[in-house]
Design a protein around this ligand. Structure first.
Ligand code: ATP
Ligand code: MG
Length: 356
């Protein structure tokens, strides 16, 4: 959880310091004020990358050489610092020492990001949905990351053997590890999805009262045909893989959704309801990843797009009940009036890259 945040030379923010509340933080201001840039800075700090651009070059303020994001968390006495320099690249320091692995940072600051157009959840490919699912496993299931890293390596090696037109037995050398890790990943994913679904079925009807009597069910595709094991599939499809030039079946091809009354939500939900679906999913993630005193961070960009005031009000009040530090942006100044008086939140007004 962030106690203090300083941003320097990122987009239109020259220098900005903020002491966020542990609960809900509303960032209000006009278009182009710098609200999303504050979320970008927090995202950068937690994950080492921006949600806006692949290269961080565009995030550095025009005519400047580097950007910096520095935060003090409640759990660490020393600050976490990130610097991106156009020449020397990305450097991150934690506890006054340089950080080797970005995943170390992610485990320090579990963060979820809700983009303004978060109905892209349905439109985007399976990779995005797998990332969302694996995010939770990464935080709650220590062995998941080991299996996933090992699996990725095996797939790379198998694919490279296929591309080099190696003999079948040389390609199949990798299969036992692929199957071992792949089956385990699938098992953990199903367990996680079942946990998520049971929370989701409680949260979604609260956010979307018009669906209060509907129950969602899990649709899961493991990445290989139903009724077959990964082992059966992998050995039966070796010729196809050789023709394709890569391994098609496996945990890297998994996908999932929550169906409502047998329908894909994207087929029947309005855009606002699709956004509520994604927000409910993130809330279910928060509920099911809570561990010890590590609080997760939630970034909600432009909450007011697609959602009417009544639904925004429900979201604010539901978020207030969760153990999460939230940063919400909006151009709508009346948002402060929406939250109940009992909801603890802090408002920051952003103008031309600075706080008013
Ligand atoms: N590299 C950069 N250097 C300086 N300014 C930049 C850079 N990149 C973007 N900007 C500007 O920074 C400003 C802040 O953008 P930001 O997306 O944070 O605004 P916002 O408050 O979220 O607005 P909106 O309500 O429209 O989403 C914009 O005016 C943008 O044009
Ligand atoms: Mg914005």
């Amino acid at each position: 959880m962030l106690a203090e945040l300083t941003i320097r030379q990122l987009r239109n923010i020259s220098a900005l310091s903020l002491s966020p509340s542990p609960g809900i933080n509303l960032l209000l201001g006009e278009n182009g004020a710098g609200k999303t840039s504050i979320l970008e800075a927090i995202h950068l700090l937690a994950l080492g990358r921006s949600f806006r651009t692949r290269s961080l070059k565009q995030s550095v303020q025009f005519e400047q050489q580097q950007l910096q994001v520095i935060a003090r968390t409640v759990t660490h006495k020393t600050p976490i610092g990130l610097q991106y320099d156009l020449t020397s690249g990305l450097k991150i320091r934690l506890n006054n020492a340089p950080l080797k692995k970005l995943s170390d940072l992610a485990s320090q600051l579990p963060l979820q990001f809700i983009p303004a157009n978060c109905h892209q959840f349905f439109e985007q490919g399976p990779k995005y949905r797998r990332q969302i699912l694996d995010w939770g496993l990464f935080h709650v299931e220590p062995s998941f990351n080991l299996h996933w890293q090992a699996y990725k390596k095996v797939i790379q090696q198998r694919n490279s053997a296929i591309r080099q037109h190696k003999k079948v037995d040389e390609i199949q050398l990798w299969d036992s590890h692929l199957i071992l890790h792949g089956e385990e990943i699938s098992k953990q994913r199903i367990k996680r999805l079942e946990q998520l679904l049971s929370e989701f079925n409680i949260i979604f009807p609260r956010l979307c009262p018009s669906y209060k009597n509907k129950v969602f069910s899990l649709k899961y595709r493991s990445g290989w045909p139903k009724g077959s094991t990964l082992q059966e599939t992998i050995s039966a499809t070796i010729e196809r893989d050789q023709q394709l030039g890569y391994t098609r079946s496996g945990s890297h091809a998994a996908d999932w959704s929550f169906m409502v009354e047998g329908y894909e939500p994207s087929e029947i939900f309005s855009r606002g309801q699709q956004k509520l679906f994604f927000i409910a999913l993130c809330m279910a993630q928060i509920k099911t990843t809570q561990q010890g005193n590590i609080k997760s961070i939630l970034l909600v960009d432009d909450i007011s797009s697609e959602l009417d005031p009544a639904h925004q009000k429900i979201i604010l009040n539901e978020l207030a009940k969760l153990s999460v530090q939230t940063f919400i942006t909006s151009t709508d100044n009346s948002l402060t009036q929406l939250a109940d008086n009992s909801t603890g939140f802090t408002t920051f007004h952003v103008k031309q890259g600075a706080l008013l």
